[in-house]
Design a protein around this ligand. Structure first.
Ligand SMILES: CC(C)(COP(=O)(O)OP(=O)(O)OC[C@H]1O[C@@H](n2cnc3c(N)ncnc32)[C@H](O)[C@@H]1OP(=O)(O)O)[C@@H](O)C(=O)NCCC(=O)NCCS
Length: 175
């Protein structure tokens, strides 16, 4: 699989929004989708608000964002956002990652994470994330990249009438 990885650009909005809407189609096939989505698909205006908020944080040094590109289209995204700017917890970054279904298992996820973690070392001291207990692939790569489990949030995800626990993981960047 030929792909490259680069920082998020403003012009990525359309692809990133499209990819998010794809998650609703995926959920119909796969109730074990690893990312949680809004109960109802957001409007494009809401998506734009979200994206501009993220972009503003990146420009303000409060987030990092990288995308994987195949044939000039965004097929994967990872972000780290500052926990609470201006508070005593602002050394912490919250990590998320999402690759389009047909591009998973080609190494893109691990590559995206390695690159964003490298950059995050200049902005954050500690990374945290949450991963559903069923998401074995994600847990495998997080452990491989040095994340440790520090807790469990019971019934964190309610999908339909089914509850799933989240495993809480962290990685200290100073070491
Ligand atoms: C989780 C996710 C980001 C991983 O990205 P990816 O590009 O598919 O991952 P990679 O190809 O880099 O690595 C996959 C690894 O999982 C391993 N793997 C595959 N199936 C597995 C399974 N059932 N159990 C455990 N590990 C598995 C592969 O062997 C590979 O590890 P290796 O390199 O040590 O051999 C991607 O699957 C995804 O976007 N999923 C949906 C969204 C999501 O779950 N996001 C994370 C939210 S916490």
């Amino acid at each position: 699989m030929n792909y490259n990885i680069r920082d998020i650009k403003l012009t990525d909005f359309e692809d990133i929004a499209k990819n998010y809407y794809l998650r609703y189609e995926e959920l119909e096939l796969n109730t074990n989708l690893g990312v949680s989505v809004k109960r109802e698909p957001p409007s494009l205006a809401e998506e734009l608000d979200f994206f501009l908020g993220l972009y503003k944080k990146i420009m303000g040094d409060d987030a990092c964002g990288k995308v994987a590109i195949v044939d000039e289209k965004v097929v994967g995204i990872t972000t780290i956002q500052r926990f609470a700017k201006g508070y005593e917890t602002d050394h912490i970054g919250i990590l998320g990652i999402d690759i389009n279904m047909e591009y998973r298992n080609f190494g893109i996820g691990q590559n995206l994470l390695s690159q964003i973690i490298k950059e995050a070392k200049t902005k954050f001291e500690m990374l945290i994330l949450e991963v559903a207990t069923f998401n074995e692939i994600a847990m495998h790569i997080y452990k491989k990249l040095g994340f440790l489990q520090y807790g469990l949030r019971p019934k964190a995800l309610k999908r339909g009438n089914v509850y799933f626990d989240y495993i809480l993981m962290c990685k200290e960047l100073l070491k």
